[in-house]
Design a protein around this ligand. Structure first.
Ligand code: GLU
Length: 374
């Protein structure tokens, strides 16, 4: 099976140049419809699909009557405010023809970089995916100011892939992949596959190449670094033809960046490598046995809680003798964790109101570590 066909969670970044006709400033409807067919096929095969779509500025600038060429920040933000409506509508209508519900998510840099917002964004996206919807993500261009913008959707898509533990990030581009030198230069060779982003690879990226959109190969390489460190494979492929995802599964030429571990392994390694867990959950032997079997840690198994921490912090899981045997990202702030320690889910609901988090550390956020006393 192809790498894309085998993936369970796929993030697809669609650049403005592919989606918006540069001459008319309108959506390329037949291309969009062919992409949506591919998305539907991947979903039928069992994959979750998240789209990261540019195009708001490209769509809005003409409607607003803005000049050609580079826009000032406030102009692009105004254009995005207008274009995002059309962009979301185009996706929603196209996906609906394949009975897929689209969900619009506009994010700012803090949403993937700040723990609390990250956790909320991840929870919302997970719920959408579990309900079979396809999230369509873009940067919230209208409110993001220059210092705190991603500015390009390549890196935004990579952060989303990392946040959502994606298996494959697809960057649909106006070029079919990475070349050793600018593709029109003599001697430039195509790179079909790489496993590491070395300084040589970075040097191959050269200058931005795209006419509209703010990407170029440099931001794609940056995206590659984010994706690979999160254990997510990345592929740069041409989106010029119809059915661009099917073409990848059918073996079209593209450049694969292959991660050395999968998303879950990278995430767990990252958790295990936390230098200083900020708190401790003291549990009994029964809870230890459950965790060793791959279960989540329930509040009922926690005897006491030490330290001051926030939801999403890394905490140690220790036995009463102080031996740490696991680490994980805790689902509650320390004040709430202290209140719910030892309680059953039904009692927690009564105590904390309508909260549906019944685990204190989810098994995906938990890693067993070798017995160090700390
Ligand atoms: N967020 C911008 C838009 O929707 C595009 C950013 C990019 O081109 O990567 O127009």
């Amino acid at each position: 099976m192809s790498r894309l066909g085998a993936a369970k969670r796929i993030i697809v970044k669609v650049g403005s140049a592919l989606l918006v006709d540069q001459k008319t400033g309108t959506i390329k409807a037949s291309w969009l419809s062919s992409l949506v067919d591919d998305v539907a096929d991947l979903k039928i095969a069992g994959a979750d699909v998240i789209l990261v779509s540019s195009g708001a500025i490209a769509l809005g600038r003409r409607t607003l009557g803005l000049p050609k060429g580079k826009l000032k920040l406030d102009q692009s933000q105004a254009a995005a405010a207008v274009g995002q409506i059309a962009l979301a509508q185009a996706w929603s209508e196209a996906l609906r023809t394949r009975n897929i519900v689209a969900a619009q998510i506009l994010v700012t840099l803090q949403d993937t970089e700040e723990r609390r917002r990250y956790l909320n964004a991840r929870a919302t996206l997970s719920t959408l995916l579990s309900q079979g919807a396809v999230p369509v993500i873009n940067e919230n261009d209208t409110v993001a100011t220059s210092e705190i913008r991603y500015g390009d959707n390549d890196r935004l898509a990579a952060r989303v892939a990392s946040m959502m533990s994606g298996d494959v990030l697809v960057l649909l581009s106006d070029i079919d992949g990475l070349y050793s030198a600018p593709p029109n230069q003599k001697g430039a060779t195509f790179i079909p596959e790489l496993r590491e982003i070395t300084p040589e690879v970075e040097a191959m990226a050269g200058k931005p190449i795209s006419g509209i959109g703010s990407g170029g190969m440099i931001t794609k390489i940056e995206a590659g670094k984010i994706a690979l460190s999160a254990g997510c494979n990345m592929v740069i492929a041409s989106g010029h033809e119809l059915h661009p995802l099917k073409r990848i599964t059918d073996g079209a030429r593209c450049t694969w960046f292959l991660a050395q571990s999968n998303a879950m392994q990278s995430r767990k390694r990252w958790i295990a490598g936390t230098l200083q867990p900020v708190g401790k959950l003291i549990v009994d032997d029964g809870a230890k046995g459950a965790l060793a079997k791959g279960k989540s840690l329930l509040p009922a198994g926690v005897k006491s809680v030490e330290g001051n921490f926030s939801r999403g912090d890394t905490v140690s899981v220790v036995l009463p003798d102080g031996i740490e045997f696991a680490r994980g990202l805790v689902a509650y702030d320390s004040s709430d964790a202290k209140r719910i320690a030892g309680l059953k889910s039904a009692d927690i609901q009564k105590l904390l109101g309508n909260d549906d988090r019944d685990v204190i550390i989810h098994r995906d956020d938990l890693v067993m570590v070798g017995g160090e006393r700390n």
